[in-house]
Structures are given as C-alpha cells and as structure tokens.
Ligand binder design. Structure first.
Ligand code: UDP
Ligand code: MG
Length: 313
C-alpha cells in the first residue's frame, strides 16, 4: 500500500460519499486506501460509510468509535490502522483538497531529504476577529511553549512511515496534535494551500472550544505558567515586605497613626486573588495529571471493518 488517507468524521453524512468519489478521481492509478474514523457521529455517517465499504472493500478501513472521543483521538486510531508508506491526515468535509494531498506525496517521493510535508493556509478565510484571535494564539503559545508551532499549519500533512511511528509512540491522553507534530521533530517542508468552503454540515468548533483548545496546548507542552505563578508569588512577597518596612518606619520615626482599614481590605483582596489564580494554575496541571495517570485508552473502537484485519465480521 502506497498512500493512506486518514479521515476523521463527525456528522459528515453529506460529505463521505463525495470525499470517496473525489479521491477515486484524483488518485486514479495510485495504490491508496482511505481510513475513515466514525467519531460517534449522531447522523447517518456510519450508514453511508458501510454502504461505501460494501462497494470498495479493498480500499477502505472503517474504525467505529463507541462514542465521540474527539478528532485527536480519531487521528491516533487512524494512524494506527493506516498501512501506507505515506500517510495523509485530511478532513472529510472537503475543505482540504485531495489534489494537495497527492502533490504532497509526490513531493516526498522526489525529495528524500524531507520526512513530511505540512500544508498551511496562506490566507485565512475566517472573519477578522477569528483571524486576529488565532494569530494571538500562535504568538502566545510560541512564547510559552518549548516547541515552536508553525503559524497556520493545521494537521493537513503527508508523512512518511517513520513520522507516523513517532506519533504513535506519543501515547498521552490529552492530545494536542500541533504540539506533537512539532515535538517529534523531523525534516518538514511547509507548503501553502487554499482552504475551501465546507461542503456540507457545520464546523464543530465554537469560539470557546478554541479557547479551551489553546489552553490545553499550553498546559500540554509547557510548564512555564507554573514558573510564572512562582515568580508572581515571590514578587508579591517582596512588595509586601517593602511595604511593611515603610509602615514600621512611619510608625517609629514619625509616630503617624496608620489609617489601616482600606489598605488591609485592598491587600487581602489582592493577595487572595493572586493565591486563587496560582492555585487554579496548579489545579489545571493536577487535573491533567489525574487523567493521565489513570492511563485510560485514547479511544474505544466498537468495530473495525477492514479487508485484512477482520476484527469484526
Ligand atoms: N471531527 C471529528 N471529531 C470531532 C470533531 C470533528 O472527527 O469531535 C472531524 C470532522 O468530521 C472533520 C474534521 O474533524 O473531518 C475537522 O472538523 P471541522 O470541519 O468541524 O473543523 P474546522 O475545519 O472548522 O476546523
Ligand atoms: Mg472543516
């Protein structure tokens, strides 16, 4: 098998058939397979996938999750089952052109010095606020994290087997794939592509989901917030000591009556606020560790349909 397309699906009943047809046209003559992950879709995605499987058994794998585990878990499952020498991660909604997937593979064939090709959006087609927000996200995360994330590079990429194996070694439960891609290293070639409109259905990303995703990324790949919390604590302690010295001098040298009430209230509120913030930061890390040490599987597959795996049927 030469090429595997790993395509996660969540409520994509209107897209999977077209995706298969496009792949058939664009990859005609190539030895390829499509690994679909049905990530607990609530619509008829699985039914359509089963129909397609009946037609194109030898070119398809379906991993059917027991519930929605999220795209990142879907990608992990897809990479585990992909058999190709080259593996492309691609959305099922046809926003990412299959032509680009083919070009990325051809590029790797001609350039043995590169291990993977990642596509990035040259021009973001979302609203101005979203673009500004995402841009701020990249600068923040690159300041905070030990790994460098390439701006606007999504998970749309073509990898050689060695890269896939490296990703599969990263078995953490909280999977922030942008960070994982950066962390594993390898020679990556970045190429621009033009993102298309979603074919059918709606995006599953809301603004707050993106904010959470960004925070998840920082916590997964950086311990700097913890260091910042320590520094904040030390900073406030130094300020408090300095203020204490000033108060003592005022009292002893000038005998000034200390008008204490507002000062005390303000300081209590300030210090209390700082303490809660710092505790919150520690709590975020602790919560991640709590889930991580349980060592739960990244996903649960109810069925896998594949012509040579036959773990079901
Ligand atoms: N997806 C998934 N599980 C989820 C959410 C999304 O497998 O919980 C899939 C979805 O079917 C699509 C891809 O991930 O193929 C990207 O999702 P979406 O189009 O909603 O994101 P966007 O393109 O807006 O970033
Ligand atoms: Mg999309």
């Amino acid at each position: 098998m030469k090429l595997s397309l790993v395509a996660p699906c969540y409520n994509e009943e209107g897209n999977v058939r077209l995706f298969c047809e496009e792949a058939g046209k664009i990859l005609a003559g190539y030895d390829y397979e499509i690994v679909f992950i049905n990530d607990g879709s609530k619509d008829g995605t699985l039914k359509v996938l089963r129909e397609l499987y009946a037609e194109k058994k030898e070119q398809m794998t379906i991993i059917n999750f027991s519930r929605n585990f999220g795209k990142e878990a879907g990608l992990y499952a897809g990479l585990q089952h992909a058999k190709g020498d080259y593996v492309v991660i691609i959305d099922t909604d046809l926003q990412q052109p299959i032509e680009v997937a083919r070009e990325m593979m051809d590029f790797l064939e001609e350039h043995p010095e590169y291990d993977e090709v990642a596509a990035y959006q040259e021009e973001r087609k979302e609203g101005k606020i979203m673009t500004a927000f995402k841009s701020a996200f990249y600068s923040m995360i690159n300041k905070l994290c030990d790994v460098e994330l390439y701006k606007n590079a999504s998970d749309f990429r073509c990898m050689r087997r060695c890269v896939v194996d490296a990703i599969l070694q990263m078995t953490e439960y909280h999977r922030f794939s942008k960070g994982i891609f950066a962390w594993i290293g390898f020679e990556t070639y970045y190429r621009p592509y033009e993102v298309r409109e979603r074919n059918a259905g709606t995006t599953s990303w809301s603004f707050w989901k993106l904010v959470n995703y960004a925070l998840e990324g920082v916590i997964s790949f950086s311990t700097k917030p913890l260091k910042m919390a320590t520094k904040l604590g030390i900073g406030t302690s130094i300020l408090a000591i300095m203020y204490m010295i000033v108060v003592i001098i005022q009292k002893l040298a000038f005998g000034i009556e200390i008008p204490g009430y507002p000062t005390i209230i303000v300081l209590i509120l300030l210090i209390g606020g700082i303490q809660l913030t710092v505790l919150g930061i520690i709590g975020e890390y602790l919560a991640k560790m709590h889930i991580e040490v349980k060592n739960r599987p990244i996903y649960i597959a109810k069925n896998v349909w594949s012509y040579d795996e036959e773990s079901d049927e």
